[in-house]
Ligand binder design. Structure first.
Ligand code: ATP
Length: 422
């Protein structure tokens, strides 16, 4: 079976990702995250925020509005240059990205038109009265929300260059061909750092190299296989309109090496466009800072963590997600559901653990089936309360990856999981 099919089926069956608006036949390029998918995404976002903001002295956060004054997009160059070349099939009229398609239409074998430019910004109308309707755009990248607040952040905090502003949020692109599950969607989430530095090629190169390595290592620290990751430097003619240098972090997906984060040297392109400067009071100078950006996609990251963690061993599916990313950290089971003593003890343990961790409860079917059900959604540890628990207050902890079991005192469980999650 095809791996992408397996992942898509698992995602739907177990509540990670559903097709958007499914009961109305879906809506191309839009996806809905279910109970486990939202946990996975939140865990990715939390870990990212921790490493980018909380663990650094030189980065602060922001959360700008999705819809901004349309003049932002004129100044940023997106109305002019945020385009993909598009070809249309002369017989079935399906449209494709000229840079991602061969010579003939894959749907009907028809011939293509010459490429035309197609703007990716999604238009919206804002205003309460019909005449007052104003065309605006859903942001095509979250980046501009940080740039337009550059002066606000400098004036309202104690940041000094070099410093960064981190942001997580939704972006929208009218992608010509959405596809590969959530990989190319029309609504998606980004996690970005805009790091402001003194102008200059030497400094830019140093900071660029630092962030490039730091970002790749972050994925590895959360369990992504290093062999499935690589950098790819953009050729001069493929760089976005704002970038002087760009490296993609790519994952070896079943559909080929694919970008899921970009590190860009945006120079002073954006701040200059918005007429924003920085005043260094100590040095008595004023300049337009340069920007090194790290721009990752949360949906692509979640998809690649799922693909990377997916193992099939005969009938058993295991998601070897890093415990920090796993939706549930622990599952608690009473050995037998029809024994009131066991049930009560198990509930007690469940109630205590869930004050600290996101914990699953399962008392259906046999223990083997419950283990498999947790393996399939990546729960790292299962705790079983059995008859011995009633005698000596110990429980078994079963490890997802080794399937080994050990007995631990019930009152040491919180400490045990705290240590394992460090
Ligand atoms: P691509 O070449 O695949 O269209 P891009 O180079 O336009 O991507 P960037 O503008 O650098 O992408 O955006 C930064 C990140 O945002 C990407 O690395 C990706 O993770 C995410 N992203 C961009 N477009 C999409 C999309 N349509 N669906 C999901 N994620 C996206």
């Amino acid at each position: 079976m095809d791996l992408m099919q397996d992942i898509t089926a698992l995602a739907k069956r177990r509540g990670f990702v559903y097709p958007g608006s499914e009961i109305y036949g879906g809506f191309g390029g839009f996806w809905d995250y279910g109970p486990l998918g939202v946990e996975l995404k939140n865990n990715i976002k939390r870990e990212w925020w921790k490493s980018m903001v909380y663990e650094r002295d030189d980065v602060v956060g922001a959360d700008a509005a999705i819809i901004m004054n349309p003049r932002v997009w004129e100044a940023s160059g997106h109305i002019e240059a945020f385009t993909d070349p598009l070809v249309e099939c002369k017989s079935c009229h399906h449209r494709f990205r000229a840079d991602k398609i061969g010579g003939v239409c894959p749907d009907c074998g028809g011939e293509f038109t010459e490429p035309k430019k197609f703007n990716l910004l999604t238009e919206v109308y804002v205003g309460t009265t019909e005449e007052g309707k104003n065309k605006a755009y859903l942001r095509g990248e979250i980046t501009q929300g940080v740039f337009v607040n550059f002066k606000n952040v400098v004036d309202s905090t104690r940041v000094k260059i070099p410093f960064g502003i981190a942001q997580i949020g939704k972006a929208f692109r009218n992608e010509i061909t959405a596809g590969n599950f959530t990989f190319r969607s029309r609504e998606f989430e980004q996690m970005e750092l805009e790091y402001f530095i003194k102008p200059g090629k030497v400094e830019a190169k140093k900071v660029f190299e630092f962030w490039k390595e730091a970002r790749l290592n972050w994925y590895v620290s959360l369990g992504m296989n290093k062999e499935n990751l690589r950098f790819r430097r953009h050729e001069e003619d493929e760089r976005a309109h704002y970038a002087a240098d760009a490296v993609d972090i790519e994952y070896k997906a079943p559909f080929g090496w694919s970008e899921f984060e970009g590190v860009h040297n945006r120079t002073d392109f954006d701040l200059k466009n918005h007429h924003l400067k920085y005043k260094d009071e100590e040095a008595g100078e004023e300049y337009t800072p340069w920007v090194i950006e790290t721009s990752g996609g949360i949906d692509r990251t979640a998809l690649f963590f799922l693909i990377d963690a997916y193992r099939q061993d005969k009938e058993r599916v295991i998601l070897k997600l890093h415990p920090k990313l796993a939706p549930y950290k622990v599952a608690v089971f009473p050995l037998l559901a029809n024994k009131p003593d066991l049930l009560q003890k198990a509930k007690e343990i469940y109630q205590i653990l869930r004050t600290k961790l996101y914990v699953a409860w399962d008392d259906r079917g046999n223990i083997g089936k419950r283990y498999f059900a947790q393996d399939e959604i990546g729960t790292p540890w299962c705790v079983t309360i059995d008859f011995q628990t009633l005698e000596d207050d110990t429980v078994t902890i079963r490890d997802r990856d080794t399937t080994k079991q050990e007995r631990v005192k019930a009152d040491k469980l919180e400490e045990y999981f705290e240590n394992r999650l460090k």
